[in-house]
Design a protein around this ligand. Structure first.
Ligand SMILES: Nc1ncnc2c1ncn2[C@@H]1O[C@H](COP(=O)(O)OP(=O)(O)OP(=O)(O)O)[C@@H](O)[C@H]1O
Ligand SMILES: Nc1ccn([C@H]2C[C@H](O)[C@@H](COP(=O)(O)O)O2)c(=O)n1
Length: 221
């Protein structure tokens, strides 16, 4: 069976960065589960479907043709990499992610990503719901202000517009929705290593995570 490492945490805590660096180091596959919810939120908005219409959202979710390429994400053949990274897309993702039918529709797709030799999966419910038997579980956190600062720099680097004050408010609102929804809420899964990255560099976080991985999987090179 494939090894699975899960990395959960709130927006901007560094999950994606750590997950992709770890997966590259191990030569494993990486699952950015947030991208699935972003794609669905984007697709729903494009077709004018309400972000709380469970039946229609599940239908769209099951019909999405998704291709993760090196630096691109294609939805039904169209490059939507930039479009799904805006804060608007993040908020739409957070809204559709609170709909139970959506979570059911996306569950098997995510589980099918656990192929040999291993998977690093990042999101909100990777260790709690999607891969409860994961070999290593990490929960990454950071203060809302630091996460908003990181998101601001990231958006500006991508050539997108951003305002730090609104980002702090949006991140806090999204945290609240993600933590307090009735299905698969954001929380540290039992047994997870909790890392607060507020004052840590990416390399320092990666080292702590890697130490935990080596402890759990001593046969790794
Ligand atoms: N420890 C860190 N110190 C400084 N910057 C960091 C750190 N970790 C990540 N970053 C930067 O913060 C930004 C957000 O990181 P990343 O996209 O990995 O977060 P995320 O948790 O996956 O967010 P989201 O869930 O919204 O996709 C990136 O630009 C990344 O380079
Ligand atoms: N496993 C997941 C992944 C993501 N979501 C939701 C909640 C987030 O606000 C939104 C966007 O995720 P991001 O790209 O910022 O990681 O998607 C979720 O509920 N479960």
């Amino acid at each position: 069976m494939a090894f699975v490492i899960t990395i959960d945490g709130p927006s901007g805590s560094g999950k994606g960065t750590i997950a992709s660096r770890l997966a590259a180091q191990l030569g494993w596959r990486c699952l950015d589960s947030g991208a699935l919810y972003r794609l669905l939120g984007y697709a729903a908005e494009q077709s004018g479907v309400s972000l709380d219409n469970g039946a229609r959202l599940a239908e769209i979710a099951l019909g999405m043709k998704i291709e993760f390429q090196q630096d691109k994400i294609l939805l039904d053949g169209k490059d939507v990499s930039l479009a799904i990274r805006t804060e608007q897309a993040g908020n739409a993702a957070s809204k559709v992610a609170a709909v139970p039918e959506v979570r059911t529709a996306l569950l098997e797709w995510q589980r099918a990503c656990a192929i040999e030799p291993g998977l690093v999966a990042d999101g909100r419910d990777m260790g709690s719901v999607v891969f409860p038997f994961a070999d290593v579980k990490i929960f990454l956190d950071a203060s809302a202000e630091e996460r908003a600062r990181r998101r601001y720099n990231q958006l500006i680097e991508k050539g997108l517009s951003a305002n730090l004050g609104s980002l702090i408010a949006e991140i806090s609102e999204r945290d609240d929705r993600d933590r307090n929804r009735s299905v698969a809420p954001l929380k540290a899964p039992e047994g997870a290593l909790i890392v607060d990255s507020t004052a840590l560099s990416i390399d320092e976080v990666l080292k702590r995570v890697m130490d935990r991985v080596r402890k759990a999987l001593p046969d790794l090179n």
